[in-house]
Design a binder for this molecule. Structure first.
Ligand code: DGJ
Length: 775
């Protein structure tokens, strides 16, 4: 609900529902933030207004003030430099090379059924939500009151979406060097949790206290980046996964981004988020608009799990392209880790047959199918099929893959070019160069200059032609370097990218687009508006994925996270992990298999098949259930998803120690009085993993390096303990003890063989209604 009313100090705007609430007051022409966070009533506005009169010796008194109040001490929802507020400004403008202070003051408001459309393709929240527009006009004689700033606030079920739009009505050009999507002065102190990494170490969580020195979360690599995800969290003291007050922020933008938080002397925390001002200078001609990307703000009083749930609901409902909203994602097979550049049609078809046998639904041909692309040094940009590898072309391959009963998907990296390519030789000027500096390559490639219309047309026509010729249901859109562009150019590049994606995919909504940028170098809400899922990382080691997927889970739902089972030892870490753990980690994502299936042992084939079956049986719960991170002991990780009729919890171990103690499974958020049954997934154990220890459980002594054991390892499976229990939701919440772990006493079917990197998955279903409900 959005309401407007008059309070004792001036106009008030209330935006509130069951999840979030924002109360704004207009005071001395400024937009003050009376409250953002917990749901309150409109009548609370008066009580939330800060007392007047805070100001010190050298404070500057705002010229529209009728008292000694200065902006420096106010809680604001927008501000600017030059008017006495010396905290960080969300806006920096100049005219004729000189800084200009617009002195924007409130002039009018409008209630709109939804956010107005952007004038060009830009990611935006879908589905419409009541929107408040506050129009501020410039008071400066250098600008005239035709120069306006509109602050938009859209109220979604679990989020507030902010957009800021500047209109130049000054009669001559203005330069925008900074304009945030949102700024707020929140009350009290916070810690900032942000997500960082690099190639294959994406989304590791870091938390720092926000103090007087500014805490900044910024990307200047041209993309939202694996170094610094745009999403971040502000937590009050003592926040846990299940308790306490937390705020989440994210941006619908895939380029350079900026966010900061800083505590003021008066106990307010100024937070802002938008496009990075680094090297930014956008010329705004008279009459033109500059529109910020949308920022998403969530709040929860129920800790980090509560915040994630609000973010996930918003993303699934309002960010994902309509066709794919709540539509189950297929189980895919991708040939990359198995083949890299070395394949031909016969090899691909044999992989596809095996993938089909395992239960996969989609076959994806990754890099290496076009031009001279036999390594990453050549061919990028030349989208003509390599007939040596694929004599029947893509059409022929696609037909054969479909004949096996699989959908067909294809990899592209349309934004990049190898200097060793026909495209580069024909159009060297199409690549993004740094003026005055020779080209610096990354993975032997340059980016194409998507700010040029002819480059955008080339990409749209070459990709579209392939999609229309071969029968393609899925596209993996890769991008493998940081940008050479800075500031304004990097900004225009991202607008070019959105135009290209819009032109190709809005006409083909049924094609499932998976975003990828060397893994998760562009995992953001902007890309998710086009690509319902994103390849989270080239690191497919399930133990590494515990950190990567865990980091993503704070802000992004499981349905958006690409996660595959790959080979062991792992390609990135050389770590050997059991197939069961590789599967259990991939369950918590858009599940796929990415390894050479040519050398699978019969036991592995069987286990993979069972894993795919398990995932498909519970796919809706995994992809769209409500996700939680649960309590564990000893650095283990516990994830949980709750769907319509079932809950699945997974417990993952990292390194274990001898003589393990008890272990409990904690499952949260269930109906405490209802009775549930809990059953662990039946998991296989490899005979070979016990090595020489096998002799202790076999009637005859076996040579650990001999034929008999090797043969048994291929064909014969042992099983881990399976557990079953019936108890109340309250007991599951309190933590139920699990069967003992392997303690050096040998193998027994009632002992969990949970050595290093083992894990299990528990299915929890309701047996009966709440105990005091009439049956
Ligand atoms: C980087 C991606 O992250 C990988 O999954 C793979 O598609 C390669 N590029 C192909 O070059």
């Amino acid at each position: 609900m959005i309401q407007q009313f008059d309070a004792s100090f001036g106009k008030c705007f209330y935006l509130g529902n069951e999840s979030v609430c924002c109360i704004l007051g207009i005071h001395r022409g400024q937009v003050e933030l009376l409250h953002f966070g917990a749901p309150l009533l409109p009548e609370d506005a008066e009580a939330m207004a800060l007392p007047e009169g805070l100001g010190w010796g050298c404070s500057v008194i705002y010229k529209h003030a009728d008292s000694s109040v200065c902006l420096d001490t106010s809680a604001l929802a927008w501000s600017e430099s030059g008017l006495g507020d010396y905290r960080e400004t969300p806006l920096a403008l100049s005219k004729d090379g000189q800084p200009v202070v617009p002195d924007f003051v409130f002039s009018s408001s409008r209630m709109l059924p939804e956010m107005p459309p952007y004038a060009f393709p830009m990611p935006h929240a879908r589905g419409g939500a009541e929107t408040l527009e506050l129009v501020l006009t410039a008071n400066s004689s250098l600008l005239t009151d035709n120069t306006t700033l509109s602050l938009y606030f859209s109220l979604y079920e679990t989020a507030l979406v902010r957009r800021t739009v500047l209109k130049n009505g000054s009669g001559s050009p203005l330069t925008v060097s900074k304009m945030m999507s949102v700024m707020m002065d929140l009350k009290g102190s916070f810690s900032m949790t942000s997500f960082h990494g690099n190639w294959s170490t994406e989304m590791h969580r870091h938390t720092v206290p926000v103090k007087r020195a500014r805490t900044v979360n910024e990307s200047v690599s041209g993309f939202s980046s694996n170094r610094t995800n745009p999403g971040f969290i502000l937590s009050k003291a003592g926040v846990t996964e299940d308790a306490g007050e937390v705020y989440g922020f994210n941006l619908l933008w895939s380029g350079n981004h900026y966010a900061s938080a800083q505590k003021s002397e008066q106990g307010l925390t100024r937070v802002m988020q938008g496009i990075s001002p680094d090297h930014f200078a956008h010329t705004l001609e008279d009459g033109e608009l500059f529109e910020s990307p949308e920022a998403v703000l969530c709040w929860s009083g129920c800790g980090l799990n509560g915040l994630s749930s609000n973010m996930h609901r918003f993303v699934n409902k309002h960010i994902i392209p309509s066709y794919w909203q709540y539509r189950e994602r297929p189980v895919l097979y991708n040939d990359w880790e198995g083949c890299m550049f070395s394949f031909n049609e016969t090899k691909l078809l044999s992989l596809a047959k095996k993938a089909k046998k395992l239960g996969c639904e989609l076959f994806v041909l990754d890099d290496g199918w076009f031009g001279e692309r036999n390594s990453d040094t050549a061919g990028l940009g030349d989208y003509t099929v390599n007939r040596e590898k694929l004599p029947g072309g893509l059409e022929g391959l696609s037909r054969r893959i479909h004949a096996l009963g699989l959908d067909f998907g294809l990899w592209f990296e349309p934004e990049a070019v190898n200097p060793d390519s026909d495209l580069y030789r024909a159009h060297p000027d199409w690549a993004l160069h740094t003026p005055g500096i020779g080209d610096m390559l990354s993975r032997n490639e340059l980016l194409l200059d998507l700010t040029k219309p002819e480059v955008r047309d080339y990409i749209v026509s070459s990709v579209s032609a392939i999609l229309d010729r071969a029968d393609i249901q899925y596209v993996k859109w890769d991008m493998n370097r940081h940008s050479a562009a800075l500031g304004e150019k990097a900004y225009a590049y991202i607008l070019g990218l959105y135009e290209v994606l819009d032109r190709i995919f809005s006409a083909r909504p049924h094609i499932l687009l998976e975003g990828c940028a060397s893994g998760g170098n562009r995992f953001d809400l902007g890309m998710l508006c086009y690509a319902p899922q994103i390849w989270a990382s080239d690191d497919t080691d399930p133990i590494e994925r515990l950190d990567i997927q865990n980091g993503l889970s704070y802000l992004y739902p499981v349905s958006t996270i690409g996660a595959h089972i790959s080979v062991s030892p792992n390609m990135q870490t050389l770590r050997a992990t059991p197939l069961s753990t590789r599967a259990n980690a991939a369950f918590f994502g858009c599940f796929g298999i990415e390894m050479d299936l040519g050398h699978l042992l019969p036991v592995e084939e069987q286990e993979l098949k069972e894993s795919v079956e398990y995932y498909i049986a519970h796919r809706n719960t995994f992809q769209f259930g409500s996700f939680r991170r649960n309590q564990t002991e000893d650095g283990a990780v516990c994830w949980q998803v709750t769907g319509k009729d079932e809950t699945i919890a997974a417990l993952f171990h990292r390194l274990i120690h001898a003589g393990p103690g008890y272990e409990w499974l904690y499952v949260s958020g269930l109906d405490s009085k209802a009775v549930y049954s809990m059953q662990s997934r039946k998991q296989a154990l490899r005979v070979g993993q016990f090595g020489a220890l096998v002799k202790h459980i076999t009637p005859i002594e076996l040579n650990p390096n001999g034929m008999v054991l090797h043969t048994a390892d291929k064909y014969y499976r042992m099983h881990d303990a399976t557990e079953e229990t019936v108890c109340s939701g309250a007991a599951l919440q309190a933590g139920i003890p699990l069967a003992p772990r392997f303690t050096g006493t040998g193998y027994r079917e009632d002992i969990r063989v949970q050595g290093d990197f083992l894990s299990n998955v528990y299915l929890i279903t309701k047996e009966s209604k709440a105990q005091d409900d009439p049956v």
